[in-house]
Write a protein that binds this ligand. Structure first.
Ligand code: ZN
Length: 416
């Protein structure tokens, strides 16, 4: 399977460097970004590269040659004129006859490529996009997913006032089937995100979002450059790879993050408790996953549909996004054991293993995201939350006062 690296584009002057270089050759600790990418792919057994290079591409070719020095094989496609991130793909149809990865040359990342490919194959996707939440979704291009991970639509910035969505952003790492190439116009300047992917959706191709919290960042600005250098040096980039276990903070929703309303079932009832944005941002910055685990018997009671609940959670993520904070995942139990309500949905009136104090949601999250329970915490406002944390094997569980300003942040500061 080939790895196509888009390394054309404009050159850049960055950091203390005086001469113009292609972005892919920006050094971190003396080594070009593109070299980190080559080494990462090689670690996962991908050794066939196709570099798309532009007007300063000679520097790239001079450095990498045929790739032998790295134990890989590198071919080149040289653009005569800049064709955007997608334009060159139109010329590569004969060379790309099976599914392939696409990297941008200025991306610093450490991703379990095999896990992403496995997802792509399981979904039988025509394209898989690497997605993650970020701390500024309101001015990012958002990807709207169905609950099974299939991409519904792209909501590109700028967003209108009152825009509500899950916090899911394209991180610019892809797996494409050759079918995608048919939608690239040969010789015309175009971009993957702006032109090709929307055209794929229109044609009814199967696009899926692969969600992961591994490290992936591009070199947008000098400030970003310095922070990425620090992350490489400190080992953060490698440490967030999926193969390493990570700690999490599990959070109850109502009364802890959002104001407790009896049986919340309308988006306009969703409001953050004061100080929660700062608290979740604190979790994000400390390198813990922020994971909501919430009992939502409103589904079993038929007060709200799964789609409506999903929209309520999109509203929650939007409110947090405005405060530069994000949740990594939301798990909910739609069940309720007691039947007898006239309007209830029988299929959810069961005794399940996910309704807290049962640990089902926490255990499922642990499996999904490779969480180290012995270093994780549960925070709620009821005894059932504390018991769920204990039942799941959390390091400790805490009960805070319902709807109290800054209660979450105060307890977080005592534990992490
Ligand atoms: Zn349940």
């Amino acid at each position: 399977m080939k790895v196509v690296v888009i390394a054309g584009g404009q050159g850049t002057r960055i950091a203390s460097l005086n001469n113009e270089i292609p972005k892919a050759m920006i050094p971190i600790n003396g080594k070009p970004i593109l070299e980190y990418e080559v080494e990462m792919a090689k670690r996962y057994g991908y050794t066939d590269f196709l570099f798309v290079i532009g007007h300063m591409g000679d520097q790239i070719e001079h450095h990498f040659g045929d790739g032998q020095k790295w134990g890989v094989n590198i071919e080149y496609y040289k653009e005569e004129k800049p064709l955007g991130t997608a334009g060159a793909l139109g010329y590569l149809k004969e060379r790309l006859t099976e599914d392939f990865f696409v990297f941008y040359g200025d991306t610093v990342m450490d991703i379990d490529m095999c896990a992403m490919l496995e997802y792509h194959k399981n979904k039988q996707a025509d394209a898989t996009l690497f997605l993650h939440p970020n701390d500024h979704p309101y001015d990012s291009d958002i990807v709207d997913l169905e609950m099974n991970g299939r991409i519904k639509k792209f909501c590109n910035k700028p967003h209108k006032d009152g825009f509500v969505s899950h916090n899911m952003v394209n991180a610019a790492l892809f797996i494409f089937s050759p079918k995608i190439l048919d939608l690239v116009e040969v010789g015309i300047k175009s971009h993957i995100e702006k032109h090709v992917l929307p055209a794929c959706l229109e044609k009814g191709l199967k696009l899926y979002g692969y969600v992961s919290f591994e490290y992936i960042k591009d070199m947008g600005t000098p400030d970003r450059y310095y922070s990425v250098c620090d992350d490489v040096t400190s080992g953060k980039v490698a440490r967030l790879n999926r193969k390493y276990i990570r700690p999490a903070i599990f959070l109850d929703r109502d009364g802890v993050i959002s104001k407790e309303v009896n049986l919340l079932c309308k988006p306009e009832q969703m409001e953050l408790i004061e100080g929660v944005g700062e608290a979740i941002r604190y979790i994000n910055q400390k390198g813990y996953l922020a994971i909501v685990v919430t009992n939502q018997p409103v589904i079993a009671r038929n007060l709200c549909s799964l789609e409506e609940l999903d929209y309520i959670h999109a509203k929650l993520e939007t409110l947090l996004g405005h405060e530069h904070a994000y949740l990594n995942a939301i798990y909910y139990c739609p069940h309720h054991p007691d039947s007898g309500y006239p309007e209830e949905r029988k299929e959810y009136k069961i005794k399940c293993d996910c309704r807290k104090p049962a640990p089902g949601m926490l255990l499922r999250a642990a499996k999904d995201w490779n969480i180290d329970m012995s270093q994780s915490y549960m925070i709620g406002d009821r005894d059932s939350d504390v018991r769920a944390g204990e039942n799941a094997g959390c390091k400790a569980s805490f009960k805070i006062e319902m709807n109290k300003s800054n209660a979450l942040l105060d307890v977080l500061k005592t534990i992490i």
